[in-house]
Design a protein around this ligand. Structure first.
Ligand SMILES: [Zn+2]
Length: 248
């Protein structure tokens, strides 16, 4: 027997299936990442027309059977379509990158309502911020915590100092920071300036509801994208392929 289920979801991606249908990958609040079939989505009068765009936040109704690999989409209602975000090239690239990260890190059917709400809020924060890159870095930091490898950024791993005179070392393998005086205690790691360390500390404890208003007092540096993705990749033991960031 098929069960009728309803959930808010983020549309991650979709592809054509046979002549007129689509396979849509969604991240659903109630049941996690799932593949859905939208039958007849390409027919002119389809109730799905225009609603299956990546990024869309929508409430979906599905016909669910445990024995099926893909579930059947029966109805969809748009909750938020991100029209404003789609007009801003940089913010859009970071939004699509968040979708790629979700798609490539979440296991199928792994539901977590708190993390879903956080992810949807990050996408909405991208629409309101002047610094979309900060929202993306914040998302990667919080995702690392959610996946169980929160970096220990708040003080030096050896002496508990909270700042460094000279370059600090971020040890990606164990997720800890060593101040310049203690750097020799770190086996390997990436050198970061004290300013970069202070930025990451501040970012990690910043309230997520206000991330769109993150202060301008810290300079942006694309170094953070590489640093945080290297950290995530190392702990995931795979290489995320984020093609959206190549648009920047
Ligand atoms: Zn130290």
């Amino acid at each position: 027997m098929a069960e009728i289920l309803k959930s808010p979801c983020i549309i991650l991606r979709s592809m054509r299936w046979q002549e007129s249908s689509k396979i849509v990958t969604v991240y659903a609040r109630e049941w996690g990442k799932t593949g859905l079939i939208a039958k007849g989505a390409f027919r002119p009068k389809s109730p799905f027309a225009g609603k299956l765009e990546s990024l869309n936040l929508a409430e979906v109704i599905i016909s669910h059977k445990d024995t099926r690999q893909l579930q059947i989409l029966t109805d969809i209602r748009i909750l938020h379509s991100f029209n404003h975000l789609r007009l801003q090239a940089d913010a859009l690239a970071y939004g699509l990158a968040i979708l790629e990260v979700l798609d490539q890190t979440l296991e199928e059917h792994q539901a977590d309502t708190v993390f879903f709400d956080f992810s949807a809020f990050m996408l909405q924060s991208l629409e309101r911020t002047k610094r979309p890159e900060v929202v993306f870095w914040y998302f990667i930091l919080k995702l690392s915590s959610f996946l169980g490898f929160r970096p220990q950024l708040q003080s030096c791993h050896s002496c508990q100092a909270t700042s460094s005179t000279g370059k600090a070392t971020f040890n990606l393998a164990n997720g800890s920071v060593f101040c310049a005086a203690c750097s020799s205690n770190s086996v390997g790691g990436v050198q970061i300036s004290n300013t970069e360390w202070q930025f990451l500390k501040h970012l990690q404890t910043f309230p997520h509801k206000k991330i769109a208003q993150f202060p301008d007092s810290f300079e942006s540096s694309h170094h953070y994208t590489t640093l945080l993705l290297d950290y995530l990749n190392l702990h995931l033991e795979k290489q995320l392929n984020l093609r959206s960031l190549e648009l920047l």
